[in-house]
Design a protein. Structure first.
Length: 300
């Protein structure tokens, strides 16, 4: 019996598909290692050396921004020719209290987080609209990876652990990548054997686009803190220099606070009364749910 011949372009596309699938698996593994192993370790090191200074800097940065906002709104009213009565001053302060309530609350919460809790918060960055897609991808991958279905994997396998970790942390991007690697099916199964040339072209194009997108994301991740300072964290000279930089930044914030306090007194005749820090609405919470996503880096 003569076996049907396979179109030569399909053979070439199969090779490209397998190469892209293998490369995507490597990218996903690198991302997983950076996110779940290396970043927590580096953040713990950074926290050990600079955590106290960073937390002080964040609180003073927020206090400075909040006081500047009060001065800004009051100055606008003065520029319009309004007289700053006690009622107007209280109204402006109430508005600013509400604007900054969610920031103050999240910052206080973060202050009481340990490193592990901080990492979990950093991982939980998913839009609520992704819930349905998250569940669908998880169910698809469970069917693919569960030992009862595959006969190969076990609940302790790397892929199974990666799946559970991505789902627990609501990491939609990781699940999409896992699905691209594991959920598309092997090129020798019944599904892919039925693909014609056009289908192969489409699937290869889709997979290679996914690979390029994930590679770009991995490059961006490697270019972010704390990864870009991984070597410096072991350098005593760099640590001392960075400590001086943080102290200098604190001095700048102290100066800003002092200047804004003077300006506020000039406008109102007194200091800021104790704010209400009223709870933000649910809309505000959703709008700002990522405020503390990186705790230290990028929040100054």
């Amino acid at each position: 019996m003569t076996l049907p011949s396979i179109h030569p372009e399909i053979e070439q596309l199969k090779r490209r598909y397998l190469e892209a699938q293998g490369a995507l698996r490597t990218v996903v593994e690198d991302w997983h290692s950076l996110s779940t192993e290396i970043r927590p370790r580096l953040n713990a090191m950074y926290d050990q050396f600079f955590g106290e200074l960073e937390r002080e800097l964040q609180f003073k940065s927020l206090a400075s921004a909040e006081l500047f906002r009060r001065v800004e709104l009051l100055s606008v009213k003065v520029a319009r020719g309004e007289v700053l009565t006690p009622e107007i001053i209280d109204l402006v302060n109430s508005v600013v209290d509400k604007e900054y309530a969610r920031f103050n609350r999240r910052l206080r919460e973060a202050l009481h987080m340990d490193t592990e809790q901080r990492e979990r918060a950093a991982q939980q960055r998913v839009d609520l609209h992704d819930d349905e897609e998250l569940v669908q991808m998880y169910r698809t991958l469970v069917k693919k990876l569960h030992p009862d279905a595959s006969g190969q994997n076990s609940p302790g396998s790397i892929e199974w652990h990666r799946l559970q970790n991505a789902y627990k942390n609501r990491n939609v991007s990781q699940l999409r990548s896992l699905l691209a690697v594991l959920g598309a099916g092997d090129t020798e199964d019944e599904i892919t054997n039925g693909w014609d040339l056009d289908r192969w072209i489409h699937e290869v194009h889709t997979l290679e686009n996914r690979l390029h997108a994930e590679e770009r994301k991995l490059i961006r991740l490697r270019g972010e803190e704390p990864f870009v300072i991984s070597e410096e964290l072991d350098n005593d000279e760099w640590r001392e220099q960075h400590r001086r930089e943080l102290l200098a930044a604190l001095e700048v914030k102290d100066k800003e606070l002092a200047e804004n306090r003077v300006r506020y007194r000039e406008l109102t005749g007194g200091d800021v009364k104790g704010g209400t820090n009223a709870d933000a609405s649910e809309v505000d919470e959703k709008f700002d749910q990522d405020f503390m996503k990186n705790t230290y880096f990028g929040q100054r």
